[in-house]
Ligand binder design. Structure first.
Ligand SMILES: [Zn+2]
Ligand SMILES: [Zn+2]
Length: 441
C-alpha cells in the first residue's frame, strides 16, 4: 500500500504546485511586462487619468470583477477617474487593495525603449512633459496581476475583494475625492486595506515594511507677502516684498531648528516663489508655496503657528499698515494625514512576506518624510487597519554598484527613475497576492 500512497502524494503536491502563486505569476509575467510598458509610455497627469483608468477597468472586467468607473468627486464638482472592481467569493471579510494611477509633469530621461514622449496640458493650461516618475505604472500593473492571480487562486481564500484604482495621488486629492463620492456607502466598507509603493532604495526581489507611523502628514500652505510696489531705483518710496520674502524664507527654517522638539522630525520647504515682472520694478506682492511634513499634530501645529507669527513679524518690521499684512493659508484639500501601518495587521503581513520571499528579502524600514494619501482611506483615527509596504524596484547589480560608491540611484520624482520591470512586477504581484490570500482565510 505504501508504494501507492507515496506516488499519490507526489502527484497531489505537483497539482498543488501548479496552482501556487509564484508559478502562476511567472506564467503571467510576459503579459504583465507588456501592460507595464504600455502604461509607462502613456502617462497621464493627476486629474487626467482617462486612458489608464479605462485600461485598468477593462483588465479587471476581463478577469471577472464587477467594475465601476469614474468614481470620485473633486471639491469643484468635477468627476474623478477612480476605478472600483469587486469580486465576491463566499463569506468572509472585505479586503481593499489600492493602487494609484497618475504620473508627474517631468520630461523622461531614462532612455529606456518604452520611455514616455508624452506632453499634455496641465490644469493651469501649460504644456508639460509627462512621466511615470513615481512608479504608479508599477502599482497599477501589480493590481492587474494580483486581480488575475486572486481569481486563479479562488479556491484558496474566501471573502470579498475590493480593488481600487486611485487617481490624483500626486495632488493628494484623489483618495478624498473617492470617499467624497461615497466609496464605502456604494461598494461596502472594507475590513482591511493594503497597498504598496515602489522605491529606488531597494533591489527588485525585495520588499520593505514598517509598523506604526511610516510616512509623514503633508500640509500645503500658501503665503502672500505684501509690500508697496514702485520704481526699482527708488526703494525708499515703497516697501519691497522681495527682500521681505527673502528674510521670511530664511527665518522660517528656525521653526524646525528652534521651536520643534528635535525628537519629532519636521520639514518646512518653500518649493515655489513668484513675484515681480521686471528687474527694475518693485512688485506689490510675493507668493510662496510651502509644504510641511510631520509625524504628529503637535509638530504640524507648531509649524503653522510659527509661519503665521513670523509673517506678522516680517510685515510689522517693515512698518506696513494692517491691510498689507502677509497672509498664511492652509490648503486642507491639498493636505494628507500620517500614514499609519496597523501594528497587528502589519506583523501578520510581514510574516507572510517572509514566508513567501524569504527573510533576507524582507527589509525593516526606517520611517520616511515623504507623504501618501492612502492613509485617507483608513478614515480618521486609523479606524480601518491599513498596511502599506514598499517594493524594491532597482536592478540589483546597479544598486550594489551605486552603494559601493556611496551613491543612490535616481529616485521617484526624478527624470531618471527606472524600475526594472520583470523582477519588480514578479515580486509585487507575488507579495500582494500572498498577503491578500493570508488576510482572506
Ligand atoms: Zn509621487
Ligand atoms: Zn508615488
Amino acid at each position: 500500500m505504501r508504494a501507492f500512497v507515496i506516488p499519490a502524494f507526489v502527484f497531489l503536491a505537483a497539482a498543488a504546485a501548479a496552482q501556487d502563486v509564484p508559478s502562476f505569476v511567472n506564467s503571467e509575467l510576459p503579459v504583465l511586462v507588456d501592460i507595464y510598458k504600455d502604461i509607462h509610455s502613456h502617462p497621464e497627469l493627476s486629474h487626467f487619468e482617462a486612458r489608464t483608468s479605462h485600461l485598468l477597468a477593462d483588465a479587471l472586467r476581463e478577469a471577472g470583477y464587477t467594475v465601476t468607473e469614474r468614481v470620485g468627486k473633486y471639491p469643484d464638482g468635477s468627476q474623478a477617474y477612480g476605478v472600483v472592481g469587486i469580486l465576491k467569493n463566499g463569506a468572509g471579510p472585505t479586503l481593499m487593495i489600492r493602487a494609484d494611477m497618475d504620473a508627474l509633469p517631468i520630461v523622461e530621461e531614462t532612455g529606456v525603449p518604452y520611455a514616455s514622449h508624452v506632453t499634455m496640458k496641465d490644469r493651469a493650461g501649460q504644456t508639460v512633459g509627462v512621466m511615470h516618475a513615481c512608479g504608479h505604472d508599477v502599482h497599477t500593473t501589480v493590481l492587474i496581476g494580483t486581480a488575475r492571480a486572486m481569481v486563479a487562486m479562488k479556491s484558496q481564500w474566501h471573502g470579498t475583494l475590493m480593488l481600487v484604482g486611485q487617481p490624483s495621488e500626486e495632488t493628494i486629492d484623489g483618495a478624498k475625492a473617492m470617499l467624497a463620492d461615497h466609496l464605502y456607502e456604494r461598494f461596502g466598507r472594507p475590513d482591511r486595506i493594503i497597498g504598496l509603493h515602489d522605491t529606488n532604495g531597494l533591489a527588485a526581489g525585495t520588499v520593505g515594511i514598517r509598523s506604526g507611523p511610516s510616512a509623514t502628514s503633508s500640509t500645503s500652505i500658501d503665503v502672500v507677502i505684501h509690500g508697496i510696489g514702485g520704481h526699482g531705483a527708488y526703494p525708499q518710496a515703497g516697501r519691497d516684498p522681495v527682500t521681505l520674502a527673502a528674510l521670511y524664507i530664511t527665518q522660517i527654517q528656525t521653526i524646525v531648528s528652534r521651536e520643534e522638539d528635535p525628537q519629532d522630525p519636521t520639514v518646512v520647504t518653500v518649493g515655489h516663489i513668484e513675484g515681480g515682472t521686471k528687474r527694475n520694478i518693485i512688485p506689490d506682492e510675493v507668493k510662496l508655496e510651502l509644504t510641511t511634513r510631520s509625524f504628529t499634530d503637535e509638530s504640524r501645529d507648531t509649524v503653522i503657528r510659527g509661519l503665521k507669527q513670523m509673517a506678522a513679524g516680517i510685515t510689522a518690521s517693515a512698518g506696513l499698515p494692517p491691510e498689507k499684512a502677509a497672509t498664511v493659508t492652509v490648503l486642507e484639500d491639498e493636505s494628507t494625514p500620517v500614514l499609519y501601518n496597523d501594528p497587528a495587521q502589519t506583523e501578520q503581513i510581514k510574516a507572510t512576506l517572509v514566508k513567501t520571499l524569504g527573510a533576507s528579502n524582507v527589509i525593516d524600514l526606517p520611517r520616511g518624510m515623504a507623504s501618501e494619501d492612502v492613509g485617507v482611506f483608513a478614515l480618521p483615527k486609523h479606524e480601518i487597519p491599513l498596511t502599506y509596504f514598499i517594493l524594491g524596484a532597482m536592478d540589483p547589480a546597479k544598486l550594489a554598484a551605486a552603494k559601493a560608491e556611496g551613491k543612490e540611484l535616481p529616485g521617484p520624482h526624478t527624470s531618471r527613475f527606472e524600475p526594472l520591470p520583470q523582477p519588480t512586477l514578479r515580486t509585487g504581484v507575488t507579495a500582494m497576492t500572498s498577503v491578500a490570500m493570508s488576510l482572506l482565510q
